[in-house]
Ligand binder design. Structure first.
Ligand code: SAH
Length: 237
């Protein structure tokens, strides 16, 4: 079973959204497990403090390395189990769909959520945390970011999604964005009495033509919104 371990100062933020929908169902069905490690259990004083002021000055507080180490050492594992340690930080490598495929090859995924101004750099380096960012913006803590990573991973575990085939045609699977999708009603009349029809080709029943149309729509959309992905695709080919 894929084991997820979250190290956080806010254990009450979990399972959070991970308790719902297909991810929550898979948790109940024991397709993956979740353990939350509370940094405050390893606090250094009576008040269970975990942070201190930055050396060299500056605003905010930094989570201490000794606290992070103790929290990490409290997580049990067998020597033959593969582990991946992630520290979430805006200064890490940008998270990509391909990372999820790599993360789920491990037995244990350990995610350290930062708070305040972040974590002492020595802990990240010497405990071998990989630094990952979920985007070029700054959040108040790593908890939401950790749920992003876990949700992205768990839906890839075989048997979690009803239609595993849908994984093959999704955005990013081939450096293309997904084509537009439509459902009923076939003609949708909006509140201003305008009618919007579904593209005719999708009603034709002609699978080859639909496939071609979808591919061309994918390319068109990617060109417009994410030309950088098409450049990558060309390099790959
Ligand atoms: N001083 C830091 C920001 C700290 S934000 C800096 O300038 O880089 C506090 C915590 O929120 C971080 O330690 C990290 O765990 C989390 N966080 C904020 N933005 C994030 C992002 N884009 N990706 C991943 N984690 C993020």
């Amino acid at each position: 079973m894929f084991q997820v371990k979250i190290i956080t100062a806010y254990p009450e933020m979990f399972p959070g959204i991970l308790n719902y929908s297909i991810i929550g169902k898979a948790l109940k069905e024991k397709k993956w497990s979740l353990e939350i490690v509370n940094l405050h259990d390893f606090g250094f004083d009576e008040r269970k403090s975990i942070d201190d002021e930055p050396f060299g000055g500056g605003p905010g507080m930094i989570i201490r390395p000794d606290i992070v180490e103790k929290a990490l050492l409290s997580i049990k594992y067998n020597k033959n189990e593969k582990r991946c340690l992630i520290y979430l930080t805006p200064s890490g490598k940008s998270l990509k769909q391909g990372n999820f495929n790599e993360f789920i090859k491990n037995d244990q995924l350990i995610i350290l959520c930062g708070r305040f101004e972040g974590v002492d750099a020595r802990a990240i380096k010497s405990l071998n945390f990989m630094e990952i960012s979920i985007g070029d913006y700054v959040l108040a803590g790593g908890e939401i970011a950790s749920q992003v990573i876990v949700e992205g991973c768990i839906r890839l575990i075989p048997g979690v999604l009803g239609h595993s085939k849908s994984l093959l045609e999704e955005s990013f699977s081939n450096n293309l964005l997904e084509y537009p999708q439509y459902t009923r009603p076939q003609v949708w009349r909006d509140a201003n009495n305008n009618d919007h029809e579904v593209p005719k080709i999708l009603l034709s029943g002609h699978h080859e033509k639909i496939k071609e149309w979808r591919h061309s729509k994918s390319v068109e959309k990617t060109k417009l919104i994410r030309p950088d992905l098409l450049d990558k695709k060309k390099l790959q080919e």
